[in-house]
Design a protein around this ligand. Structure first.
Ligand code: AMP
Ligand code: MG
Length: 517
């Protein structure tokens, strides 16, 4: 396995001069050099071949000892220097100061087919940023990150990628529910890939420390390497850079809303500067359509990161980024104008997205109302979001009750009143469809391309985790294969096009997740 190594990050950004792996505040630096931890008995469980090929790694090479050793941190690739990145962040609305890669270690950058990829291990041991934790990851959270990042990619949603999932052979102590009952779990390592792992918090840390010199170095690096189409760094370019980050963040969140993905921990350290979905922790997928739902038990009180609040939080986080970039721009007006535009663009893009889910392409002044009415109806009783929208493309004017029956969690409690509301909505929808020029089949094709049939429902990931804990890794592969074609009919996998089973309603890992990973 010969990789085309090219290190732009460590060559252009300031390194921590302290080479010891001790927890500390790291100043005047974007990263610290640190090597991954040796593991007892590493074993690669799964590899994303699509991702390997992107890096110039062949299928045979992924099966080698060398591959295993590199991507479980047991060997450092020749002439490379692994490092952990320094960043800060606002967590749950509060300034948290320095955070950094506490359980991630960047190995190197690979350049293949004109693309530059940063390769990182998650769960490969402590770093100067590990604070009070161990730098390790458990199998359950690693399976969730591995499956979901590739699933998101195949859904066409910007995301960091995953190359491999491995167990370390070491045990890791975790208190899953934070209730004073820690237990040992299998340790695991995911290799993650992205053009950049820079976060809003990477900029915030320099701004908070009044280190404007390094803030500029970082902004210039980011622009030169990831936003070079904006031109040479200048005050105007910084403004345009911010504008593009805002646009990308909004696009990302609109995608999340479209498929019912709830990130769960939208802290500014978990916001990618490239607008990628990053840091898969206690995320979840909406089952019944509910704006107030969050999978993250740590956030159960305030529900700050609930489904319906993701667009607002995106904006809140962008305000923090604006504050961080301000020293480079020194003008409030352009930043404010861009932030105000987010709200306007959200309305337009959100409407467009919802219309696409309904198969509406013409403009009609009643569309906003039609969509609001639908959202109200969807929340009258537990209605499965994925199933409802997927089956909606089969609507032919009269068969609406069939669509609903398949999507309702219980039909027993659906009152006459609710049925009438739905009937009225479908009548309006039917009338509205008459204004479109596409026929049902043409419409279905377009709708099915935006309403996924298969998503990584919380209970599906949990089934794969339970099996893996018992040494059976086959379900990981089955879900991985399934989620490569989320918009296609896959008759052999039809059983995964199903509502959440009742046993999963209140099960830990299915509807309740913590940050403990
Ligand atoms: P998160 O919100 O889960 O992305 O993590 C917030 C911060 O906690 C980041 O700085 C992580 O690197 C750090 N962190 C989380 N889990 C661990 C762990 N097991 N060991 C060390 N640091 C961790
Ligand atoms: Mg994080």
């Amino acid at each position: 396995m010969k990789l085309a190594i090219k290190n732009t990050f460590i060559n252009n950004l300031p390194a921590d001069s302290n080479l010891e792996n001790t927890r500390r505040q790291v100043e005047n630096a974007a990263y610290s050099f640190v090597n991954p931890k040796q593991t007892k008995n590493p074993k690669v469980l799964h590899v994303s071949l699509e991702m390997a090929i992107e890096l110039g790694i062949s299928k045979e090479e992924t099966q080698s000892e060398f591959f295993k050793n590199i991507f479980t941190g047991n060997q450092v690739y020749p002439n490379t220097k692994p490092y952990a990145m320094c960043y800060a962040g606002h967590q749950f609305g509060n300034w948290a100061g320095q955070l950094g890669d506490g359980r991630a270690i960047n190995l190197f950058e690979v350049e293949h087919q004109q693309k530059n990829w940063k390769v990182q291990l998650k769960g490969a041991g402590e770093t100067p940023y590990s604070r009070t934790a161990d730098g390790l990851a458990v199998l359950r959270s690693s399976i969730r990150e591995y499956l979901c990042s590739e699933a998101m990619f195949h859904l066409g949603i910007p995301t960091t990628r995953a190359l491999s999932l491995s167990v370390s052979g070491d045990d890791v102590l975790r208190d899953v529910l934070y209730d004073g009952n820690p237990a040992y779990e299998k340790g695991a390592i995911v290799s993650r890939i992205a053009p950049s792992f820079l976060r809003f918090g990477s900029f915030e840390i320099f701004a908070a420390r009044n280190d404007h010199k390094n803030l500029k170095v970082l902004a210039d690096y980011t622009i030169n390497h990831h936003f070079s189409h904006l031109g040479k760094p200048s005050k105007e370019t910084y403004i345009n850079f911010f504008k593009e980050v805002v646009a990308r963040t909004l696009d990302l969140i609109i995608h999340w809303q479209r498929v019912g993905f709830v990130h769960g921990v939208m802290n500014t350290d978990n916001m990618s500067i490239l607008g990628l979905t990053i840091d898969y922790g206690p995320y979840g997928w909406l089952e019944d359509f509910d704006y107030s739902w969050t999978p993250n038990t740590t956030d159960r009180q305030n529900r700050r990161y609930r489904y319906g609040n993701q667009p607002n939080i995106g904006l809140w986080n962008l305000y923090q980024l604006a504050n961080a970039l301000y020293p480079l721009i020194e003008e409030v007006a352009p930043l404010e104008a861009i932030l105000n535009q987010y709200k306007i663009d959200f309305e337009t893009k959100s409407l467009q997205m919802m219309k696409s889910k309904l198969g509406l392409y013409m403009n009609d002044k009643e569309d906003v109302k039609l969509i609001q009415d639908l959202e109200d109806c969807l929340q009258l009783t537990e209605t499965d979001m994925t199933i409802f929208f997927r089956n909606l493309s089969d609507f032919e004017g009269t068969n609406f009750f069939e669509i609903l029956e398949n999507a309702f969690y219980t039909t027993a409690e659906v009152s006459k009143d609710i049925k009438e509301k739905w009937e009225k909505w479908f009548q309006n929808y039917d009338d509205r469809l008459q204004k479109e020029s596409l026929n049902q089949l043409q419409r279905k094709e377009k709708m099915d391309a935006v309403n996924p049939k298969y998503v990584l429902r919380n209970y599906m990931a949990q089934l794969a985790i339970d099996a893996a804990d018992n040494g059976d890794y086959s379900l990981i592969n089955e879900l991985f294969q399934l989620l490569k074609k989320p918009y296609s009919e896959q008759p052999k996998y039809e059983k995964w096009f199903a509502k959440r089973p009742e046993w999963a309603r209140n099960k830990v890992g299915c509807s309740m997740l913590s940050c403990s990973s």
